[in-house]
Ligand binder design. Structure first.
Ligand code: B12
Ligand code: SF4
Length: 505
């Protein structure tokens, strides 16, 4: 079959810092290709709606799948699905990805005739059987499928994440993917899933708290096949298992692969497995994203982060000693007053790290979606991008955004002070010399995008598609939240078995 896969546009407020290849969609593309289908991919992060229109006309797909990892992209995807249906009569249109897996039925209802099905859970095991069923008529028996007729069998789960390797060759404009000065930048996955259970996060509920590792050989082989000089490791928490990080490092050393890396991890993992991170700095690890979330014990407890402020500060010291540049994330609670913002500004100016702020947002699939007692002030999908307040603010909303942007601007100025500007100028020169302009464009965008009037005005836009209302659940039984329920126990000797990792390995 002719299959077209589409990734929606970038979310405005994140595009300043990064734009990365849609690895999940590339893996779905690879699985479909392996099943014998002809596949094309349109990534609207780097292409325009006109390009999608032209591809649909020229390629005449028989099936079109949209990737919906982000709730905020749902309205765009529904509108595009409608346009595709008009342009390619008889085409089967389906959605899949992280966020849509938690709101499948509601999205199908809102999309009407524009969308035929939603695939919940991992796409690789589902796409082959789905296309076969589309060809043969009747998709109801496909694992993970949801149609207006109801849910099919539970979603299937890959036993090994070694294969399929992402279909990177299908991506146009690979040079437009970047993160900060790592420009251009590819992505890779060493592990899948997260064994922790933070209350604001859906990474663990999607995979039912399972945790799978790529084999060190497969991971290193894939790294060696990547052409870009920079790589973002997409794992939720990198190097939870030190022996795994070490084994990949050994394979990378053996193949003499040299890249610069950006990864995400937790403070306690960095403290516990410092030697692995140190080894990776010798292989090119430059940047690290640490989800600190809060600077006080009360906030950390509230988010069930299972680390102390002391761990967080020791982890920052460790990263500094290793020469890794750290970006810290802090969650802004809509309840914050001006004093709280002032304290955060003070903190952000006192530490050398980059501080990133995101607004506390109950997402479907997270525990707080079910337990947050504050009512939602909006159900507009587009505002669920962790840059807008979707529950009542203590400050008047306009003042909240003024404080938020003021704090972000102070932090931004700190990083674009003369010292940084000097360093940035060197990087800029180097990148421009190689024709890479993403980082240069990023430096000029901040004031245009982060603007309190604009953020406030976003709340006034007409709303066509709304999130369902949260159902208040007693989440004592976590399984109710999972997309992938844990598979029945496989023999411990099977290296491929999805394994549950103890949160305190
Ligand atoms: C890497 C990552 C990113 C990267 C790359 C994004 C990209 N272009 O793909 C970067 C750093 C850019 C990023 C940015 C953001 N992210 Co992010 N990100 C992730 C992360 C950690 C892993 C995603 C990943 O690549 N996984 C590996 C691949 C193989 O899996 P996958 O993408 O999920 O794809 C599989 C399935 O979802 C499915 N699938 C995917 N697409 C399709 C399509 C079809 C048709 C089908 C059938 C199946 C299918 O099959 C795939 C293979 O199994 C997830 C957490 C998580 N564990 O999922 C958060 C996550 C998706 N991000 C999140 C958020 C909030 C953001 C930001 C909004 C943060 C911010 N304010 O800056 C931005 C927005 C980015 C944007 N759209 O512009 C939230 C989503 C929240 C929500 N409900 O909307 C998540 C869940 C993290 C969390 N803690 O809650 N992110
Ligand atoms: S450790 Fe990170 S990925 Fe895991 S549940 Fe917490 S926030 Fe989510």
């Amino acid at each position: 079959m002719r299959l077209l896969l589409v990734h929606p546009s970038s979310l405005m407020y994140s595009e300043i810092f990064l734009r990365l290849e849609p690895l999940g969609l590339e893996r779905v593309a690879a699985a479909a290709r392996a099943a014998g289908h002809e596949v094309r991919v349109v990534d609207l992060q780097v292409l325009r709606h006109g390009d999608l229109r032209r591809t649909v006309t020229a390629f005449q797909p028989e099936a079109v799948g949209f990737s919906l990892n982000y709730l905020a992209n749902i309205p765009e995807a529904i509108d595009l699905a409608r346009a595709v249906k008009q342009a390619a009569a008889g085409c089967f249109v389906f959605f899949g990805g992280h966020s849509v897996s938690f709101v499948a039925e509601d999205v199908l209802e809102q999309a009407g005739d524009a969308v035929d099905a939603v695939v919940r859970g991992e796409g690789e095991p589902a796409v082959g059987p789905l296309l076969e069923a589309v060809r043969d008529g009747g998709v109801d028996g496909v694992p993970g499928i949801v149609t207006t007729g109801g849910r099919g069998p539970a979603p299937g789960m890959l036993h090994s994440i070694d294969r399929p390797r992402p279909a990177r060759d299908l991506m146009a404009h690979r040079r437009r993917y970047f993160i900060g000065e790592l420009d251009p930048c590819a992505s890779i996955e060493f592990t899948r899933g997260c064994p922790w259970d933070c209350s604001f996060c859906s990474a663990w509920t999607f995979y039912g708290r399972s945790y799978r590792k790529a084999s060190p050989e497969a991971a290193a082989e894939e790294l060696a096949s990547i052409r870009e000089p920079n790589v973002f490791i997409v794992d939720d928490v990198a190097f939870i298992r030190p022996e795994h990080g070490d084994a990949i490092a050994a394979e990378v050393e053996r193949r003499r692969v040299r890249k610069r890396y950006y990864l995400e991890t937790r403070s306690d993992v960095l403290l516990r497995n410092t030697e692995v991170f140190e080894r990776w700095t010798r292989l090119g690890l430059k940047y690290m994203f640490l989800g600190m979330e809060a600077i006080d014990a009360e906030g950390l407890d509230l988010y069930r982060k299972r680390v102390s402020p002391d761990d967080n500060f020791r982890a920052l010291e460790t990263a500094r000693t290793l020469g890794i540049s750290v970006a810290i994330n802090l969650i802004v609670d809509p309840a914050w007053d001006t004093e709280r913002f002032r304290i955060i500004r003070e903190f952000a100016l006192a530490v050398p790290e980059i501080v990133h702020l995101t607004v506390m947002t109950p997402y479907p699939g997270t525990e707080i979606w079910h337990t947050e007692s504050r009512r939602l002030t909006t159900r507009d999908y587009r505002l669920f991008d962790i840059q807008h307040a979707v529950v009542p603010t203590t400050l008047p909303l306009d003042e909240f955004y003024r404080e938020l942007v003021r704090t972000q601007a102070v932090i931004n100025r700190k990083h674009l002070g003369w010292r940084t500007a000097l360093g940035a100028a060197q990087v800029l020169g180097r990148n421009l010399l190689h024709g890479q302009t993403n980082f240069a464009r990023m430096l000029g965008k901040f004031n245009r995008v982060y603007n309190p009037h604009r953020q406030l005005a976003d709340h006034g836009r007409p709303v066509r598609y709304e999130l369902p209302l949260p159902q208040h659940l007693d989440v004592g039984d976590r399984h109710q939240l999972y997309v992938h329920s844990r598979p029945t126990a496989r023999p411990a000797s099977s290296p491929d078995a999805p394994r549950d990792a103890d949160p305190t390995p």
